[in-house]
Design a protein. Structure first.
Length: 530
């Protein structure tokens, strides 16, 4: 069963290695475990629904509570403290596109607002109802989840948009295919959510981000149905798929998505390579990107993240032995861990691996072998579970991400990390921040920063700490020429910085677009653009 106030399945937990707690404590100060509100306490704060009984709606307070928040740190603080605030008045579970069209017509008659909801894994406030005069219904798309068609010749698969990652991959795997889209939220996030937020997966270097995988689909909008045929390419004016990608539930409800799938690879490997320092490592990944090798992943950790990863890994004796070996090979304090992924036919993997590891060796890279990669692969969806354990130990963890051209990356990285590390100095608190380059492109890279700080006994103070850090880091991103989001989207949390990137004209164009499809503003009000 899904955790109601944290990440993932209740039966799964990630244990913090004993030494890790001590080290984290020495970095930011010892945590004080907070007292979390019980489900009963939180339920008691859910206001009565403003809607009467309707066959298509659940007014059940627990269902409404479960759909009130996503997975951002403010969402966690709200749920764990029991101060949830606004809760939807009802939840709908449409089973067909026609049901969705019916809900839109009902919302227009009633003046109600609708929030499309995939897996609720948003980390930017996308699915949270905002206070409003009008009743709000969350539209949970989990029942639109079947494989509708698989055109094996064209390698196109059409799914109901509410399908979750594991179900989508299982359906494809049974027919010898994969989508290859593996965001870290894979367990719970959905195809519709990926499209609506322009998501990126761990192997997007090889398979492409969702915008490359999304070939077409169907969207129910308040102004009617928008069908997007799947052409391999088209010069018939602007691509309407681009309007739907990143629309964050404002334009319509995606009911079906057609995606470009690939045959299951014969071989998948991930290798860990340690490079001597960040400048060398960045030069090496830029070189690999320029070589246009068919790699499935390049994930480069800064020295700080490499240190943190080794601390959190546990396995103390093994790590010490590894450190000795790396030091002997010249990779010391400033070493950076690079994970390089290869996937495809046996032959392709062998050739690509030879070229890529050869180029890395020329830069002083020490190949740590497949064991590192296997460990990463095994745990790649487990890392978010650590957030639960860290919270319970009294520490808050959040992440933020951006992307920028290579020429701006070093300064941007430094200014974002500094804004976080110094963000709470005024109140005598330390922040531990570390970054990896999660997606590498020919012209630049994404930067994915994790930061950890102590929870305050008062949840409002914890929220104020988060706000201070988020504001400082977002300002640093904008000032440093980065995008306000490489993969998490805008929601409410990034909206104040959107105009800095798109310009007032660009934001105005988005407003007009949403008004065209949704003249009465029924869908997800207040998100992306106000
Ligand atoms: C632990 C964790 C790890 C994460 N890792 C990644 C990662 O690696 N890469 C990445 O890109 N993101 C990541 N995210 C962020 C999040 O998972 C993505 O934004 C994801 O795409 C959201 O999908 P969802 O189905 O949960 O959408 P939701 O959170 O339910 O919704 C997100 C937005 O999309 C809209 N929406 C959802 N479904 C539809 C639909 N059918 N039609 C119209 N609008 C819709 C909603 O209205 C909302 O505005 C992570 C989040 C967490 C908590």
């Amino acid at each position: 069963m899904r955790r109601w106030n944290g990440w993932g399945d209740e039966t799964v937990s990630a244990v913090l290695p004993p030494r890790a707690s001590g080290t984290l404590g020495s970095w930011v100060g010892p945590g004080t475990p907070p007292r979390d509100a019980t489900p009963e306490e939180v339920l008691a704060s859910v206001p009565p629904s403003r809607l009467g009984p309707e066959p298509a709606l659940s007014l059940d307070p627990w269902e409404r509570l479960l759909h009130a928040r996503g997975q951002s740190l403010p969402d966690w603080i709200a749920l764990r403290s029991g101060r949830v605030g606004t809760v939807p008045d009802a939840v709908a579970y449409p089973e067909t596109g026609e049901d969705v069209a019916g809900l839109l017509a009902w919302a227009r008659r009633k003046g109600a607002r609708l929030i499309p909801y995939g897996g609720g894994t948003s980390v930017a406030g996308h699915v949270n109802p905002l206070p409003s005069q009008e009743p709000v219904v969350t539209v949970d798309l989990s029942r639109l989840s079947s494989l509708i068609a698989l055109d094996e010749t064209s390698r196109l698969a059409t799914f109901g948009a509410g399908v979750k990652g594991p179900d989508l991959e299982a359906a494809l795997r049974a027919r010898g295919f994969t989508l290859g889209h593996f965001p870290q939220s894979f367990e719970l996030s959905t195809l519709g959510g990926w499209i609506a937020t322009r998501s990126s997966g761990q192997q997007s270097l090889g398979y492409g981000r969702i915008e490359r995988l999304f070939a077409g689909g169907r969207v129910e909008t308040p102004s009617g149905r928008l069908d997007l045929p799947a052409f391999p390419a088209s010069a018939a004016g602007p691509d309407l798929r681009e309007l739907v990608l990143g629309s964050e539930g404002r334009l319509g409800v995606i009911t079906e998505g057609t995606v470009r799938v690939s045959p299951l690879p014969a071989r998948e490997e991930v290798h860990g390579v340690f490079l001597p320092d960040l400048a060398t490592a960045v030069a090496a990944v830029r070189e690999l990107a320029a070589m246009r090798l068919p790699l499935s992943m390049l994930r480069l950790s800064t020295p700080e993240e490499t240190r943190t990863t080794l601390v959190l890994a546990g396995h103390e004796r093994l790590v010490k032995a590894l450190e000795r070996y790396l030091s002997f090979r010249g990779a010391r304090e400033e070493k950076c861990l690079l994970l390089a992924g290869f996937s495809g036919s046996e032959n392709l993997v062998r050739q690509t691996r030879r070229l890529a590891l050869g180029a890395l060796a020329m830069r002083g890279g020490v190949v740590a072998g497949k064991a590192f990669g296997r460990e990463w692969h095994r745990n790649r969806f487990r890392a978010p579970y650590l957030r639960n354990s860290l919270w319970e130990a009294g520490w808050a963890v959040d992440t933020l991400e951006t992307a920028a051209p290579w020429s701006r990356v070093p300064e941007l990285l430094a200014s974002v990390e500094t804004s976080l590390r110094e963000g709470l100095a005024g109140e005598g608190e330390r922040v531990h921040a570390f970054t990896h380059f999660s997606h590498v492109y020919l012209d630049g890279s994404s930067l994915y920063t994790t930061y950890l700080f102590r929870l305050h006994a008062d949840p409002e103070e914890s929220l104020a700490r988060w706000r201070k850090l988020k504001t400082a880091a977002s300002a640093a991103i904008v000032a440093g020429g980065g995008t306000i989001s490489h993969q998490h989207g805008v929601g409410t949390d990034h909206a104040p910085w959107l105009a800095a990137e798109k310009g007032e004209l660009g934001v105005g164009a988005l407003r007009s677009l949403f008004l065209f499809f949704d003249p009465e503003g029924l869908l997800n009000p207040g998100k992306l653009v106000s």
